[in-house]
Design a protein around this ligand. Structure first.
Ligand SMILES: [Mn+2]
Length: 194
């Protein structure tokens, strides 16, 4: 979260991108099928230059996708968490992104269910971007803070999540990102997938 691809200060943005590229190169070397990254973040200069981190993030996303194509890996943009000042957290943010990219980037998403729960937008996300979601992160929370709880220990309605993903035709991985109760989460997930 501290390697900001939306930094308004160009040397810092270049550094953040280089660090991302190194990670992408490592992913390509181990034969990873996909590589997930976070959006840029708003900073202290937003007040003086509104929208600057949004524009820089767009520029970085274009550069990341060019690099991904070169390396033959699939770059997936994750929906950011609250209350961290990511420029892309809500369905509306991603709709605006798709419109601003004007189809030049074949954007694909890593959908984080726990993060979407903090905005009450789990179902909205799956409905809006079903064709773009290629990777899913699962963890639970109380709807207020990003606790990364075990599945079933928060307010996420998991049977509904699995049904929505099924109906959307999602066939990709479900990555458990719970900090604790990991095994319990896997067992719970398996019971829902049965
Ligand atoms: Mn995640």
């Amino acid at each position: 979260m501290d390697v900001n691809i939306g930094s308004p200060y160009e040397p810092m943005r270049r550094f953040a991108l280089r660090r991302h590229f190194r990670s992408m190169e490592a992913a390509a070397r181990i034969g990873a099928s996909s590589w997930v990254f976070h959006p840029g973040l708003r900073t202290g200069v937003t007040y003086y230059y509104p929208g600057v981190e949004w524009r820089k993030t767009l520029q970085s996303i274009r550069e990341i996708y060019r690099k991904a194509e070169e390396l033959g890996i699939e770059a997936l943009l994750e929906n950011g968490t609250e209350p961290v000042p990511f420029v892309l957290k809500k369905v509306e943010d991603f709709e605006r992104l798709l419109s601003d990219l004007k189809g030049d980037v074949d954007l694909k998403l890593a959908f984080d269910v726990g993060h979407a729960n903090l905005n009450g937008q789990i179902q909205d996300f799956v409905k809006a971007f079903s064709g773009l979601i290629k990777h899913v992160h699962v963890h639970d929370n109380d709807g207020k803070s990003d606790l990364h709880l075990g599945l079933g220990r928060g307010t996420v309605n998991w049977p509904e999540v699995i049904n929505a993903l099924r109906e959307a035709g999602y066939r990709g991985p479900l990555v458990v990102e719970s900090v604790e109760n990991v095994w319990e989460s896997l067992v719970f997930l398996r019971s829902l997938l049965a």
